[in-house]
Design a protein around this ligand. Sequence first.
Ligand code: GDP
Length: 491
Amino acid sequence: MKKIAIIGRPNVGKSSLFNRLVKKRDAITSDLAGTTRDVKRKTAIIRDKEAQLLDTGGLDKGCELFDKIKEMSLKAAYKADIILYMVDGKGLPEEEDKKLFYELQAMGKDIALVVNKIDNDKMKEKLWEFYEFGTDAIFGISVSHNRNTVELIDWLYEKIPDEDIIKEDEESAVEIVEEEDDEISDEEFFNQYGDEEDDGFIYWDEDEDDVEDDSIFGQNDRIKEFDENDINHIKIAIIGRTNVGKSSLLNALLKEDRSVVSSVAGTTIDPIDETIVYKDKQLTFVDTAGLRRRGKIVGIEKYALMRTKEMLENANMALVVLDASEPFLDLDEKIAGLVDQNRLSCVIVLNKWDIAKKEDHDKIIKEVRDRFKFLAYAPIITLSAKSGQRVDKLHDIILEINENYSQRIPTSKLNDVIDRALRRHTLPSMHGQVIRIYYATQYETRPPKIAIIMNKPKGLHFTYRRYLTNKLREAFDFTGTPLLFKAKKRG
Ligand code: GDP
């Protein structure tokens, strides 16, 4: 028989759910023989299937310390086949819970996140916050109000094999009362939001990203741990073809009145990297050996591209250096294209601005935008590495863009924007099928990655995705960072 463990902090509603699932007869009788002190077993009835419920009641006794909760949870989970991790929907997601959840997930057992106390429609909004956990198996329920338990029961039912179907004479006297989902209609839903002027414009673009509907929430793809060190350490690749002024820019950046550090505690710094500290952030210019030894990179196209690729692998930001005093070349485009491929944050540095003809200034910037469309998200800075003009501005731009690249948009805010966007332009149907977006959640940073959870992922046309991207870029500052989407089927 499958064993189910209900795990979570005190007072989240574990025992209420436990009592709901347990067969009444067993709840009255004493515990089964052979149970341990912390974990007792009762029979659970899931529709017509039977399972064992591990009594994790001990979790609530003298368990104010999370370490203790964790220890007991792991113990119970170890014995279980199916884990229900329960949290209180009235609170906010907590890092400790997330970490423990991931640890339990790593056990490779069936595990669901049960967000309890979603007692009314208003509370449903709170549920969004918990999508941060990055799991598909998430259920917002109210045990005490008996709301929305159907999906959870469905999920449990599916995890229990048919061989555990109870023979008729054993059928339980207790049934779990199931309630239909009381989802509000589209009309009601949309009416909650104010009307906006419709500009009737959907953003069309040629290039289509891949629509993926595979699981975004695999072991490696779950939300990355928030790591401050990551955010405080920016690895920057200065790239561009020969003679655009990369070495001059590096020197100008290092020469500014800032401490150049050769070693920082706790980090190994590659001698070919150069690191400075600026406003408490480490700025490491990666793989600068070739730039330090001037003119050593000869402009053989293939070699230049290969080297650039290597540099970008070690970086999370690229400074794409262009020579404003000369026409742009195909090689410029090819090199810049690598930034796009590597999903890096980016600044376009239009160098040699001192010798670019004044009357051409506007034209040059327009040309950059035309030719480097795939870097539309990158800001352009015009400067002179030689004279040092505006080089000092570049440091702050780098920090700003790193912030944008590292930010996490709360799920509720994200969905406010998506809901508004959906209201302005309803999703077009596909072959007569209604396409629905249920919600969106950011599941990764650096760069920000957003999952759009929907009924038919393939139905998210790229023009509509383009439109959503633009709406998100209007609402949040994603300057300098790519924004990635995955359309995902609700599991
Ligand atoms: P790299 O091959 O990209 O590293 O380019 P370098 O930094 O070696 O610069 C190539 C040439 O352009 C050198 O002669 C530099 O002095 C010159 N140069 C670099 N930046 C500027 C600039 O902003 N203005 C002007 N006028 N010349 C520059």
